[in-house]
Write a protein that binds this ligand. Sequence first.
Ligand SMILES: Cc1cc2nc3c(=O)[nH]c(=O)nc-3n(C[C@H](O)[C@H](O)[C@H](O)COP(=O)(O)OP(=O)(O)OC[C@H]3O[C@@H](n4cnc5c(N)ncnc54)[C@H](O)[C@@H]3O)c2cc1C
Length: 454
Amino acid sequence: MASATQAATIYGGLFTAAAPLQTKRRSFTFRITASSNSSNPPLVGRKLRAAVIGAGPAGSSAAEALAAGGAECFLFERAPSEAKPCGGAIPLCMLDEFDIPARLIDRHVTRMRIFSPSNLAVDFGKTLRPHEFIAMLRREVLDSFLRDRAQSRGASLISGLVTRLEIPASSPHAPYVVHYTKDHARHALAVDVVVGADGANSRVAKSIRAGSYACAIAFQERIKLPDDKMAYYEDLAEMYVGNDVSPDFYAWVFPKCDHVAVGTGTVCSKQDIKVFQRAIRARANAKISGGRVIKVEAHPIPEHPRPTRVRGRVALIGDAAGYVTKCSGEGIYFAAKSGRMCGEAIIKASEGGERMINEEDLKREYLKEWDAKYITTFRFLDLLQKVFYGSDAAREALVELCGDEYVQRMTFESYLYKKLADGNRWDDAKMVLNTVGSLMRCNVLGRKMEALKI
Ligand SMILES: Cc1cc2nc3c(=O)[nH]c(=O)nc-3n(C[C@H](O)[C@H](O)[C@H](O)COP(=O)(O)OP(=O)(O)OC[C@H]3O[C@@H](n4cnc5c(N)ncnc54)[C@H](O)[C@@H]3O)c2cc1C
């Protein structure tokens, strides 16, 4: 465990002016004085100090907002040079919203092909406009860009493994202490606010007893293909559904810079993940045979938000909070977005880092805003997964529906721009009828009514 002296050294320089000490912990101190115009006391002679644990898209986006907004921000990352196992597909709106430069994009996917259990293939991208595409990036490239930008806005990156978060026992303004190892030495840092962006196995979530969530396991092989085979995937991504490749998710072949990522996931049958992986390789065999596996990776994917996402002055974001959508397994955009929203919420509540904040501030400015914006989307995709991913008959219905141009347009509008697409009442009614028709044709409607009751 780090000594108080170590902690104070890391914490050093915070309290330079002579002012009354109101809260004292170990050898480092917090100075807080009461304010007449807010229930949150102002911080005198220093700024609000935040620790962001984990520098994936969630953590770096939070750190950027915190540092740019005036807080003193420390961003912890245990493995800055490693790549998170990920398909790397992001929606168009993220490029603009997060100023992601075009040079980071490996592939512009304009064609999606979805294969039913009986290998019926439907092209799912016919309604894309000329400037529209799904961006495919390597996570190591995206993550290091976002991390560098957070640093350039003033966040201090600490390349270390956070081992423990010490929760203050009593005083509402006492510091949290982040314990971490760096260069084989133990350290500690005292902070006012903690943002847990440490992914699906979040230690921060455990520290605040945030409760658990169900996880899928995703398995992926990166396969380098001969040039002629790679050319086939130039602008094409493939999705495969069927009991053979996953009992409750989908399998994919996504094009990357010089290889394809071939993978699958499951919640209910994790022990069989390698069987499903062999099945997706078999299904895509004609297109990927002759390829060389250059990397094998696996990682959990959260299935739903945690029961608790804010406790005290600690907030969870991204995968640590459980922000991955069902059906698509999409989490990068929601990680970055929740990070930015949480960082901005802290800045707003602390008036630019000038005041202490509390749990109510985090709930009001971050959680409430997040839920108002996205919880319906998450619930809707959960429902779709229950209806369409449960059996091969339902999956045949799903693929059949994907052939409908209106369904395609509405799906892409919602995915690419992350807002509900403006539909047309007549087309909406037709879509509902088509859905019911497809489910009936595939003989699944009666069996799936139970799922629709949530
Ligand atoms: C195989 C696979 C494919 C996927 N494909 C897609 C896709 O195509 N598109 C999409 O949108 N989403 C995809 N996802 C989901 C996406 O990867 C996640 O939702 C996203 O990475 C979440 O970002 P995050 O910043 O919350 O967490 P992470 O990206 O997991 O980042 C957490 C960071 O915290 C660091 N960390 C963890 N613990 C500590 C600690 N104790 N101390 C210091 N640092 C720590 C980690 O090293 C890591 O850098 C996929 C997931 C998997 C597993």
